[in-house]
Ligand binder design. Structure first.
Ligand SMILES: [Cu+2]
Length: 507
């Protein structure tokens, strides 16, 4: 049976029977604005009230693998629609619960309630976030942890660590400024300057940098997020990047990071001192507290612009008022740049050796440069349909070919996706509904574009034990080869997931 597979900035679609046992967790949330000061500066933030209090980041959803999750989501934003995507869950039985506005559902309008019910069948560190425009940049996201009964690290104490950059205006105002035509006929640079960064919704902005035109209150010396630990204990840190434009380099002063899982998939322990995390990615990292009991900086540094923001690792006997006194030379030491050196373990339930790929899909990504006001996949710009794609498919039993980039795949196809990036910048790529094998990535060049060449590059694929994940960085002016089995009955959607670009492309 040929099943239409959509590519939408690129959508790959494939339906399936299911049988489920397990508990059901029900949550009742209201999405709401609050005026608050995550980094010291007061602004309107979007968070979630779970009936006990308003929270940013949103409440943690934590369930066991195989359990059902129900979230009754009430949109309490007076003037904005919303939707929530459950990043990391494949929605095999419930594609209409994937949360992508205009693709898998209509937006949830102000005052309306949407019942998200899905099966948490993918274990590990995941997250949920608004999938309406760039709305998550204003705070609408939270952690989704699915516990695996076979998790080798389940007995370790742990911390969830969200990292994201933070702006002093709402996402609409932040990114819109840069898409307006200037009187000269040129655009401003669409990449917005770094303002500050947050760990679990806490950061510190230097209020003295504010201009005299800025009337909003800014309280100096905003408290850092602190992770209090016991000496000689090993902790698991579940790092999640909820970034909007930046890739981060993570480190903990004087401590090694041992990566044990990526996007919910176990890998053989890999020890490094710094680690690069792309927007949407998750790294489960073990940290052994073997240093003199004290306070230590946890650092996130933006990859291109080297803006740093911090949290504090505090041994329980150290002062919770003082700041770390150590420094850490980020130019030396080991760094894990991407998932390439990581090897999946047998604890995973997938086949470590990828199948032979029977179908190839090419995606060529281009933008208007240097201004980058518009971007294209296979020369098509994303146009969100007025009727959600999934609804059209179910009603007409045919893919809406008049929307953006649709590929037909048969159920069970082994699909090789070659992505050529003609842009002078890297981008996160995220596949909905599946994990993919990371087969190879091309070299990057300072001067010219290196696109995929089968004769030259096919030999470089890791066909033995490639890492598997759901979000990856597409290198600048280069290519990426990923592969997946189209075994999700219904749909998948590949996005390149930068808030700024979503905003722009949704226009
Ligand atoms: Cu996702």
């Amino acid at each position: 049976m040929e099943i239409p597979i959509l590519v939408l900035l690129s959508m790959l679609i494939a339906c399936n029977s299911w049988l489920t046992v397990g508990a059901r967790h029900q949550y009742q949330w209201t999405v709401q604005y609050a005026k608050t000061n995550p980094d010291g500066y007061f602004r309107t933030v979007i968070g979630i009230d779970d009936g006990t209090k308003w929270q940013f980041p949103g409440p943690v959803v934590r369930v066991a693998k195989g359990e059902w999750v129900t979230v009754l989501l009430h949109n309490g934003l007076p003037t904005e629609a919303t939707s929530i995507h459950w990043h990391g869950q494949h929605q095999r039985e419930t594609p209409w619960m994937d949360g992508v506005q205009q693709i898998t559902q209509y937006p949830i309008l102000p005052t309306k309630i949407f019942n998200y019910t899905f099966h948490a069948d993918i274990s590990g560190t995941h997250w949920y976030h608004s999938h309406t425009g760039g709305q998550y940049t204003d705070g609408l996201f939270g952690a989704l942890i699915v516990d695996d009964p076979n998790d080798p690290y389940r007995d370790l104490p742990e911390n969830i660590v969200f990292i994201n950059e933070w702006y002093h205006q709402t996402v609409i105002d932040t990114f819109d400024i840069f898409t307006e035509y200037q009187p000269t006929g040129h655009f401003y640079n669409p990449l917005v300057d770094f303002v500050s960064g947050l760990f679990n919704g806490k950061g510190r902005y230097n209020c003295s940098l504010l201009t005299s035109f800025d009337n909003n209150t800014c309280i100096p010396d905003s408290p850092y997020e602190r992770f209090v630990v016991e000496y000689n204990q090993t902790y698991r840190f579940r790092f999640i990047s909820a970034g909007s434009q930046f890739t981060y380099i993570l480190s903990v002063d004087q401590h090694n990071l041992t990566v044990v899982a990526i996007d919910g998939n176990y890998v053989q322990p890999h020890t490094t001192q710094q680690l690069v995390i792309e927007i949407g990615q998750r790294y489960d990292v073990l940290v052994h507290m073997n240093q003199p009991p004290d306070n230590y900086w946890i650092r996130a540094v933006t990859e291109r612009t080297l803006n740093e923001f911090n949290a504090i690792l505090q041994y329980s006997t150290a002062s919770n008022n003082s700041e770390p006194k150590y420094s850490w030379n980020l130019t030396t030491g080991t760094i894990l740049l991407d998932s390439k050196p990581l090897i999946p373990t047998n604890v995973n339930t997938f086949s470590l050796r990828p199948p032979n790929f029977t179908k190839t899909v090419f995606l060529n990504i281009t933008c208007h440069e240097p201004v980058i006001d518009k971007c294209f996949v296979n020369e098509k710009q994303l146009r969100l349909p007025s009727i959600p794609t999934l609804l059209t498919m179910f009603q007409n039993q045919v893919a809406p070919y008049n929307t953006t980039n649709i590929f037909d795949l048969a159920y069970g196809d082994n699909v090789l996706v070659i992505i050529n990036n003609f842009i002078n910048g890297s981008h996160p790529m995220h596949l909905h509904g599946h994990d993919f094998y990371v087969l190879a990535a091309g070299p990057t060049s300072q001067t010219s574009i290196i696109n995929f060449n089968e004769e030259r590059d096919a030999g470089s694929f890791n066909k033995e034990n490639p890492p598997r994940r759901d979000t990856i960085s597409l290198p600048r002016q280069s290519w990426l080869a990923i592969g997946f089995v189209a075994d999700n009955g219904c749909c998948s959607l590949m996005l390149y997931d930068i808030s700024a670009f979503k905003k722009r492309n949704n226009k």
